[in-house]
Design a protein around this ligand. Structure first.
Ligand code: R5P
Length: 282
């Protein structure tokens, strides 16, 4: 088995390889003078491969397609997409729109596909391969427990993340609750006042991803106004687009904790053990 890390998942792929006592395969990622991507796997042995590449940007997606194509002689191709971009467009919200998640998934030519906490489970059905979603709840939960928080409460910013928050809270014996969000636009939300008992408590707001930070900014304001002590943010996918980090710190967040599905400074929890054990189970 070869572990091939794409350009967006170099650290995570190395960690997965280490968990499996393998040496990751090195590839070259450069650009042609016109800006097009050049990709080359620097290993000519033909073997089963696991390609690990998040697709946060369109270029990341092209690099993944190139890696899959370069492995054409491999007897088995497993593809791990720790963060799958476009997964939030998993259906048509307005007429004339594409189902972008389906458009992306249909291009992945592999035997098996793994995602990590993909935005909606129905996205897995769009792949022409056996597709599995891995759950980082256990890993995030155990990291949160190690922080020694005071009277901690895990809070979901909306109903959509409540299942994930509940699973995580149950792993570590934290109490949990949820807020009610209404999305007004791509980066504007309102969070409905709800009487969560947060007075004097350390709060961890947990979601599958933080994108513009709009959801979390409004949630932090509400919880602080209701007397929360420190507010931490945790997520699987730290998209943290544009000025999200600064807006979150300006709202008074204590710390932002995420996994390495997207490799950022906030990625203090690695999903490598999760991916490695899925590969071991093949
Ligand atoms: C939405 O359904 C997701 O779970 C997140 O709540 C959302 O993507 C966060 O977006 P933003 O950070 O832009 O508010």
């Amino acid at each position: 088995m070869k572990i091939i890390g794409g350009p967006a998942s170099q650290a995570l792929s190395s960690r997965v390889a280490r968990e499996l006592n393998l040496e990751p395969t090195i590839s070259d990622f450069t650009r042609f003078p016109d800006g097009e991507l050049y990709t080359r796997i620097l290993d000519e042995d033909v073997d089963e491969v696991t390609i690990i590449q998040s697709t946060m940007t369109d270029s990341d997606f092209v690099a993944l397609l190139q890696l899959i194509d370069a492995c054409e002689d491999s007897p088995v191709i497993n593809v791990v997409i720790p963060y799958m971009g476009y997964a939030r467009q998993d259906k048509k919200f307005k007429t004339g729109e594409p189902i972008s998640a389906r458009a992306i998934a249909r291009t992945i030519n592999a035997d098996r596909v793994f995602t990590v906490n993909v935005h909606e489970a129905n996205v897995l059905d769009y792949f022409n391969a056996d597709a599995f979603d891995l759950d980082a709840a256990y890993l995030i939960g155990h990291h949160l427990r190690s922080l020694g928080l005071q009277d901690p409460l895990l809070v979901s910013p909306d109903l959509g993340a409540l299942d994930f928050v509940e699973r995580t809270a149950k792993e570590i014996g934290f109490d949990y609750d949820y807020l009610e969000k209404t999305r007004l636009s791509g980066d504007t939300v309102t969070i409905k006042t709800k009487n969560v008992d947060v007075n004097g408590k350390d709060i961890v707001l947990l979601d599958d991803m933080i994108a513009t930070g709009g959801t979390m900014v409004e949630s932090i304001k509400l919880l602080k106004s209701q007397g929360a002590k420190d507010v931490y943010l945790a997520c699987v996918h730290p998209v943290l687009a544009r000025n999200a980090v600064m807006r979150l710190y300006n709202s008074g967040v204590k710390n932002i904790i995420s996994t390495d599905t997207i490799e950022k400074i906030q990625s203090s929890v690695s999903v490598a053990p999760l991916i490695a054990s899925a590969i071991k189970g093949l």
